[in-house]
Design a protein around this ligand. Sequence first.
Ligand SMILES: Cc1cc2nc3c(=O)[nH]c(=O)nc-3n(C[C@H](O)[C@H](O)[C@H](O)COP(=O)(O)OP(=O)(O)OC[C@H]3O[C@@H](n4cnc5c(N)ncnc54)[C@H](O)[C@@H]3O)c2cc1C
Length: 383
Amino acid sequence: MDPLMSEDELMIQSTVREFADRDLKPRARESDEKEEFCWESWKGMSDLGLSGIGIDPAFGGGGGTHRQMVVAIEEVSRGDASAAVSLIAHRCLGLQTIYQFGSEEQKSRYVPLAAKGEQIMAWALTEPGSGSDAAALQTSAVRRNDSYYLNGTKVFTTNGDIADGIVVFASHDRELKHRGISAFIVDRSTSGLRINKQHGKMGMRGSTTAEISFENAKIPVENLIGVEGSGFSYAMDILDSSRIVIAAQCVGIAQAAFESAVRYAQQRQTFGRPISDHQAIQFALADMATDIFASRSMTLLAATLEDQGSPYLEEAAMAKLYASEACFRVATKAVQIHGGYGYFKESDVERYFRDARVTSIYEGTSEVQRIVIGRQVVERYRV
Ligand SMILES: Cc1cc2nc3c(=O)[nH]c(=O)nc-3n(C[C@H](O)[C@H](O)[C@H](O)COP(=O)(O)OP(=O)(O)OC[C@H]3O[C@@H](n4cnc5c(N)ncnc54)[C@H](O)[C@@H]3O)c2cc1C
């Protein structure tokens, strides 16, 4: 038994692991190949309570801590990283923004259905001309009487084409830069909304990504989240926390790649013995295991700080930076250990390798994490 995990965390780990092995992993290859969201996997995750993990039972969720969330996300990701990113965009981005910053009325309207997985949420910050520099977004929100009218385009919105509700960030005054940005809940049925699925991703192909255009999309004022002009700070708060969850996703992908590699290395023979007997292969496996141990420890520590209500910004950025880059290192080594077979789609490691690549790009690139960490350390050691 892991001495640092509570009984509850171990229970969640074994329940989600069993579910992921039984229901997610067998479907992952097909949804990757077809570039299709898997509704059966979504239903399974919802039935298990994952769509509402961490949400107060009074709002239809199952409750739970951030640590429990990262334990669950690691296991989902070990089974199917695409299912995990769909879940993260729903639970930790879209739903979380409404749950954390929405009014009581908004929460009672959206949270219970979303927590049960009966509605899917998405979160649209990125635009064609602004990703890392999110405050430069161009989508406008003009208020007339009891409505806001949104105009502009969002890209790369995970779940965008399947979501019932989308949290959208738009500016009512671009002169004010980040202070002019507000967050809105946009229902799928809103007129003036055009949603196009974006095809051709390298990895995470079982998750769905969309471009969303707004042409005078009329949003009732009741759908403004929180205070006008506070949307950017809400978005940054959400990203600070969800970085830890992405780090957990990375641990899950790396763990899956490692397990494939360590098994294969004992089955594949060269020069009369299993390749796992060659020291070079053992060294690769040792580096992979060490990377996973470090990533998991950092992720759990960052989640523990968040649960305690302690500052966690720097630790979350470090966990995301380290775990995402480690995940790609581990997946690369897993392909190498599989030799030529690892280069073909019949081996799961080919998919892990492609899935791993985006983790140091989305929810803040590695460069952005280094900016966050760099600012903190310079400030701390200021002379
Ligand atoms: C599969 C997928 C799913 C996504 N899901 C969502 C979603 O659900 N919602 C959403 O809003 N967005 C989503 N995104 C968008 C994602 O968060 C952005 O792609 C990411 O933030 C990077 O923005 P960008 O692509 O515009 O790159 P850019 O910001 O243009 O950056 C390009 C490169 O320049 C580097 N760079 C930028 N600024 C600096 C700097 N100051 N110093 C050093 N280097 C710098 C970056 O690190 C990067 O390497 C998703 C993206 C992908 C690929």
